[in-house]
Design a protein around this ligand. Structure first.
Ligand code: NDP
Length: 454
């Protein structure tokens, strides 16, 4: 049996050795999901809801264990890892209300009436990246299960530990066999098989835009339903009339959270020229205050990058002679550390300004006026997230409408909440997750005409 090794990114020590699922084992899991499908679809809405709540309770009861696995296997700061485990439980609980609210419509038509039913789409393949192993698993899992679909999750090869444990908790909570399975292994083996197998009716993929394109092409062969959550290069837009102190104090969190390995990272800070120097003066101490170090310590704010290869990739965006304005700190010694880095002034064609770095590197760029800010913000193939800082309500709304991106925050650095829709514009994705309408992505609308005669 082939295996792979999970390393602790903060120490480079081995945390676990995990079996790598083969194509044959993936097919066997799909067969178990097929066997479970009818009973799960037909389960009473109240029963499905109760099982989801029991599952949420089991996750809650194991918060510390799950957080410990994420600290060791992914290098996430423990406070963040606890929040992530809580997010899974909250999302399951939020969608546990959905089975009892899967309403259809009745539509009067000549000669009768039409009724619609929201039918589960079928087996869902959930392909998860390494940056947020728990929340991203939960965002697909909650609505997919609630809608009556069996789910097969493929965690990222580097970070499978929490998903494996959450799969065990689902069974302990009473989810029937085959309803939720976790298959650790390679994307090119397990992920590809989920895309290619005809019994899998929907793929939920979160990851790079490049792999997303391949998956979209694979799904096209069978006209398979697909949700894509891909890369980002989001702008944090600071107008001269903003609360500059607040904007500068939170800008490090907006980009350096999870060591910048965040699709929503505001990795371009656009600042109105008249306040540019003042903003930079305030940003510098905020960046230097970021507590980078041992993820197991409760006061740590930023941990290491995921791997040596990824650190080399991030470092390539800050070559010798790069325009580094200032940097935060990072530990020496073992671990894939990279200090928070602020670049200014950057050339418009600098890859650190145009490409997704997926590390703690931010470029700060001046703009002249509102039109210029919108033009710069939109000058990217991505459109996932962003922030707007201004005291002018009209401008906040105008710019929010003009920026081509899926999730924005005004006078705040964060825009992801499980009870609101999440997803990207342009090359950042396809379809929406989270929020009250997420069930639409996991159901098909069936339309039935009933003739009433005379
Ligand atoms: P990848 O695209 O490399 O991998 C994502 C997942 O897909 C992994 O589980 C991977 O498996 C699997 N995979 C790889 N190749 C295939 C294939 N041919 N068929 C099926 N599955 C495959 O992305 P990263 O893990 O590097 O994640 C980082 C990227 O994810 C960033 O670009 C980031 O912006 C994006 N992202 C987007 C989010 C959003 O919501 N929009 C949220 C979080 C991240 P394996 O581990 O074996 O490689």
């Amino acid at each position: 049996m082939s295996t792979f090794t999970v390393l602790n990114p903060a120490t480079e020590e081995t945390v676990a050795t995990v079996p790598s699922t083969s194509v044959e084992e993936t097919d066997a899991a799909i067969a178990r999901a097929v066997a479970a499908r009818e009973a799960w679809r037909a389960a009473g809405p109240g029963d499905r809801a109760a099982l989801l709540r029991a599952f949420a309770d089991a996750v809650d009861a194991h918060t510390e264990e799950l957080a410990g696995l994420e600290v060791a296997g992914s290098g996430h700061p423990v406070g963040q890892a606890r929040w992530e485990a809580g997010n899974v439980a909250n999302v399951l609980r939020y969608y546990s209300a959905a089975p009892e609210r899967l309403f259809g419509k009745q539509i009067p038509v000549p000669g009768g009436v039409n009724v619609t039913f929201q039918e589960p789409v079928g087996i869902v393949g959930l392909i998860v990246p390494w940056n947020f192993p728990m929340p991203i698993l939960g965002w697909g899992l909650g609505p997919a299960l609630a809608a009556g679909n069996p789910v097969i999750a493929k965690p990222a090869e580097r970070t499978p530990l929490t998903a494996i444990r959450i799969g065990e908790l689902a069974r302990e909570a009473g989810l029937p066999d085959g309803v939720f399975q976790v298959l650790p292994g390679k994307g090119s083996v397990v992920g590809q098989r989920l895309v290619d197998h005809e019994a899998v009716r929907k793929i939920v993929f979160t990851g790079s835009t490049e792999v997303g394109r391949q998956i979209m092409a694979g799904c096209a062969r069978q006209v398979k339903r697909l949700t894509l959550e891909l890369g980002g290069k989001s702008a944090n837009i600071v107008f001269a009339d903003a609360d500059l102190e607040q904007a500068a104090a939170t800008a490090p969190q907006a980009v350096f959270d999870n060591a910048g390995q965040d699709c929503c990272a505001r990795s371009r800070i656009l600042v109105q020229r008249s306040v540019f120097d003042r903003f930079m003066e305030m940003l510098e101490p905020a960046v230097k205050r970021v507590a980078v170090g041992d993820p197991a310590r409760p006061d740590t704010e930023m941990g290491p990058l995921i791997s040596a290869e990824h650190r080399a990739r991030v470092a390539s965006y800050v070559p010798a002679g790069a325009p580094v304005a200032f940097r935060g700190s990072a530990p020496d010694g073992p671990g894939y550390w990279f200090a928070p880095t602020v670049l200014a002034p950057v050339r418009p064609d600098d890859p650190a300004y145009t490409e997704e770095v997926f590390g703690p590197v931010v470029a700060v760029v001046p703009f002249e006026d509102e039109a210029d800010a919108v033009k710069l913000a939109n000058d990217t193939p991505y459109g996932l997230s962003g922030s707007i800082w201004t005291q002018n309500l009209g401008r906040a709304l105008r710019v929010s409408r003009a920026v081509e991106t899926g999730n924005l925050s005004v006078n705040s650095h964060s825009s992801v909440r499980y009870w609101t829709p999440f997803g990207g514009f342009k090359q950042s994705g396809l379809g929406r997750e989270l929020g009250p309408d997420a069930l639409d992505a996991f159901t098909e609308t069936k339309n039935v005409f009933i003739a009433t005669g005379e």
